[in-house]
Design a protein around this ligand. Sequence first.
Ligand code: NAD
Length: 253
Amino acid sequence: MRKGIGIAGIAGRMGTVLAEEVRAAGAKLVGGIDRADAPGQTMFADIAALAAACDIVIDFTHASTAASHARAIAAAGAGWVLGTTGLSADDDAVVAEAARLVPVVHAPNFSPGVNLVLALAERMANALPGDTYDAEIVEMHHRQKVDAPSGTALGMGRAVARGRGVNLADVMESGRHGHTGARKPGAIGFAALRGGQVVGEHTLLFAAATEHIAITHRAFDRRAFATGAVRAALWADGRAAGLYSMMDVLGMR
Ligand code: NAD
């Protein structure tokens, strides 16, 4: 790595921990951008200036930044580790466009444990027929979280859908309320709890009449995501342009 790593959202909950973890990994922290102050950090005027000054941008900000960050980072030729969640389908298309020019690692969750759960979810869904085993995903996060269901819950839903050979959008049932009617066979259900300072809890349940199987992941510390994102940044450095996931970084694909 020639120049080092920059952090978009360096004053945020994730950005603060990321700054510590970049240094802990022995990499050079170039600085960052944020709307808020980040005492002690080198701040850049905008994403274009940050991207020009570093090899890789680690980006944990807000979905509204995705399109402008994609264009600026691709124009600068930097790599992009994108952890922001709540992106729209249009945002995803702009991210994919940037990945034609630079390496992009995009993951709804950078913790190694969650990525193992995603791999397992796909295999379990493939083995457990959807008309017998109802798939439900329950997540809980801190009261400040702005999007629901969480990016990780949606990632779990996509993994289950892949295992069953269907599109998540066709079978998703989220936020049930009122007279919903009976559960549709093959549906993938989501429930989102918000409260306190929960870093991230996800349970994937397969419920049949005769048995329940549940896998739960609990993150106690944002370091679980930050160390994974820094690992992804070191992995992406010098790599060919393309859209990669944490599964690629972990060598699970
Ligand atoms: P946060 O609100 O604490 O931090 C976000 C930071 O981005 C804030 O400091 C904010 O000022 C800054 N920001 C927002 N818009 C900006 C802009 N236009 N320009 C510059 N800075 C801007 O939130 P957080 O808890 O750190 O989470 C950030 C994002 O990362 C969320 O989308 C969250 O869901 C996601 N997240 C992803 C993972 C993962 O592993 N992929 C893990 C945790 C959080």
